[in-house]
Design a protein around this ligand. Structure first.
Ligand code: NIG
Ligand code: FE
Length: 415
């Protein structure tokens, strides 16, 4: 079925050619067409242009949607880093943090990731699926059309498989594109306390082969940071995972200058994510590589961590992606519009740079740049129709407001 959207005030990121990875100065460039039309057919984008060039014969047999020259169309967000399969919530720790405990102190007391692992262990696969499915619909309505979901609250083979199976069921039962990542080493479980190397051995000898044989994940992740896994642990796990065909996407430099960025680059990670602690050495190591530096503003905001030097990174010619990190401990929100607002207010990105960071560059960080991240003929018809707005800049400026009237994923409106 063909759908024609007419009298669009402006299409943002209307780009005929796919841009793949957007670096440095190019981050401030986006394709824009005023007073436009957009044609989609089934699940794909077919064409766009100015209203004056719309061939009227195309209306035959098509559904027409009139945006009255008041509303914008922009690509759906691609959220390249989340942990949205989890059990329950952790607002108790939120209050502990208000009372002065740090994220690391809570983790050392057996809270944090270990708390979520315990809850996940006690929750059935069906219940876990239902909880996560609600979050999937929540983020789709907030404009997200593709999402990465990590395992990592299992901490043993059986519970990791349970999480990855839930991710697979979500892939099969929801319209959003889901990329599964095996977060092999997220925290050392209580039963391995003081025996971290043995836990890493178990990950390598037991978990990786099983997850690979079940074909439940595309990428492998390690939380390489102070108090969690060392560079050496990370190298061992990535080396083992790569033998099974998993490409790394890792958690790096959230809590310290952990060496995570450099180790990610060394193993050709598709992305290194967090980057709250980032200096010249890390910036230099990322130059001229295929690794996407990915910032997670929600975590810095929620935990009160330093904001990554995004401006410096862009000025050094790097690309930047920004994702939500939606998880129960460090960023309990999947609102990518809020991430865009923070990109502008806290990281000093221009609205255009912010949009490239949450669409094209996150699509690259999931290997989805051919199909997602821009309004480009041949790509998936994944886009947002805004409320009436005076300008594109009004969208990130209006932080905390929805402004999203409709979301289309695979050419269908999400209701
Ligand atoms: O990306 N940093 C490690 N993992 C998650 C948080 C997990 C949790 O606290 O539950 C993150 O911030
Ligand atoms: Fe994370």
């Amino acid at each position: 079925m063909r759908k024609i959207f007419i009298n669009i005030k402006e299409i943002i990121k209307a780009e005929r050619e796919n841009r793949n990875i957007i670096c440095g100065n190019d981050m401030s460039k986006i394709g824009r067409i005023k007073n436009a039309f957009l044609i989609i057919e089934n699940e794909k984008i077919i064409d766009f242009g100015e209203m004056k060039n719309l061939d009227k014969s195309l209306f035959q047999g098509a559904e027409t949607i009139d945006l009255n020259n008041e509303k914008f169309i922009m690509p759906a967000f691609v959220d390249s880093h989340t942990h949205i399969v989890y059990a329950g919530s952790r607002e108790g720790e939120f209050v502990d943090k208000i009372n002065g405990l740090s994220y690391e102190e809570i983790a050392r007391r057996g809270g944090g990731i270990l708390n979520s692992a315990k809850l996940l262990h006690e929750t059935s696969e069906d219940e876990l699926f239902e909880q996560a499915k609600k979050r999937i619909y929540e983020i789709m309505k907030l404009g997200t059309g593709a999402v990465e979901i990590k395992s990592g609250y299992g901490l043993n083979t059986e519970d990791e498989i349970k999480m990855l199976k839930v991710i697979k069921r979500l892939q099969e039962s929801t319209p959003i594109t889901i990329i599964p990542t095996f977060l092999a080493a997220h925290a050392v479980p209580a039963e391995y306390k003081g025996r971290q190397t043995e836990f890493v051995d178990m990950v390598i000898n037991e978990m990786i082969p099983v997850v690979s044989s079940l074909e439940l994940a595309d990428f492998i992740d390690v939380f390489c940071d102070r108090g969690f896994f060392t560079v050496e642990d990370t190298e061992r796990i990535l080396t083992a995972g790569m033998k099974y065909g998993f490409r790394p996407k890792i958690h790096a430099n959230e809590l310290d200058f952990s060496g995570g960025v450099q180790v990610g680059v060394k193993y050709n990670a598709l992305s290194v994510d967090h980057l709250e602690f980032l200096g010249d050495a890390e910036i230099n190591s990322l130059k001229d590589t295929e690794t996407m530096p990915t910032i997670l503003p929600g975590t810095a905001f929620f935990l009160g961590l330093p904001y990554s030097p995004a401006r410096k990174m862009i000025d050094a010619g790097l690309p930047i992606a920004m994702a939500s990190d939606y998880n129960p401990g460090s960023s309990p929100s999947g609102n990518m519009k809020f991430i865009m607002s923070m990109a502008c207010t806290k990281y000093k990105l221009l609205p255009e740079e912010a949009l490239n960071a949450v669409t094209s560059n996150t699509a690259y960080a999931l290997g989805l740049d051919e199909t997602h991240g821009s309004i480009t003929p041949g790509k998936k018809a994944n886009f947002i129709i805004t409320d009436p707005m005076p300008s594109f800049e009004f969208f990130p400026y209006s932080f905390g407001r929805g402004l999203i009237e409709k979301v289309f994923i695979n050419g269908e409106e999400i209701l």
